[in-house]
Design a protein around this ligand. Sequence first.
Ligand code: C2E
Ligand code: MG
Ligand code: MG
Ligand code: MG
Length: 272
Amino acid sequence: MHRKMTEQEIISSFDEAIENGQIYLVYQPKYNHSTGRLIGAEALMRWRHPELGEQLPDDFIPIMENYGLIHRADLFAFEEICRFHNSCPNYMLPISFNISRHDLFGHDYVNEIEAIRRRYDVPVHYFRAEITESSAIGGFDLISNAVKQFHEKGYLVEMDDFGSGYSSLSILKNLPVDFLKLDLRFLAGEGLGGRGGVIVNAVVQMAKWLNTPTLAEGVETIEQADFLKSIGCNYVQGYLYSKPISKEDFMMLLLAHDIEPTKPSLLLIKAM
Ligand code: C2E
Ligand code: MG
Ligand code: MG
Ligand code: MG
């Protein structure tokens, strides 16, 4: 029977699920829009329950957050990315990991992942942190300190889900992120000819003036892709290019595809 896990089922089977591989990652490729090259991927969490079937993050992440489980889940995800990197023939492309604001409450999260990264000995420029603007709700200092700490250690930071939900210009002004991820799902099926397109264009131009590259996520149609190219959006991610895929499939893609070389960022050079 396939159904959503209940809160109680999530809480009581969490430990076991982490230990026996029911919780795992899939990878969604990201591309450079002008060269067509693969630039990396976003790691997304999945939970395959033996009886209840595949569970999606929108159903289990909020429960993990409410019951203090997300921090362990996210450290596990980070470690899993380290293992992925070490299983590649060479270090290849940066993988982005998602951060919950609950990872930051009462935890020394950035130093914790740093310890994991050092243990696996993977260079820092093969990771990118994705922080949603909504993390700033109830504490801008927490998220701004995290961005500062990430930068000190040499991690690049992407602002996730920009445009969907809680969007504030002051966050954009005060958080020096390295990439802006613009979520096209806010268009909700409407084309780019109307107000939505005007807003997407304005955000991309504003990001250019701020010297911040843009990545559009949730790209589903050729029409959207053409529009994004015409306004100079740098990177793309979405079902049009690829759904999230298994680590084995992503590895094959890495080996077969023309990839964009990854260079240590200036941040890392400053951090050393
Ligand atoms: P997100 O970080 O914004 O991730 C993008 C979501 O959009 C993913 O959903 C992805 O599968 C979906 N997506 C990608 N391309 C398209 C498209 O073209 N159309 C549509 N309709 N959707 C697309 P997913 O995997 O269900 O994850 C949902 C959210 O759960 C993520 O949103 C992120 O906020 C959270 N999440 C996922 N993995 C993790 C994790 O490891 N840790 C934490 N803390 N949160 C995670
Ligand atoms: Mg994300
Ligand atoms: Mg997003
Ligand atoms: Mg999201």
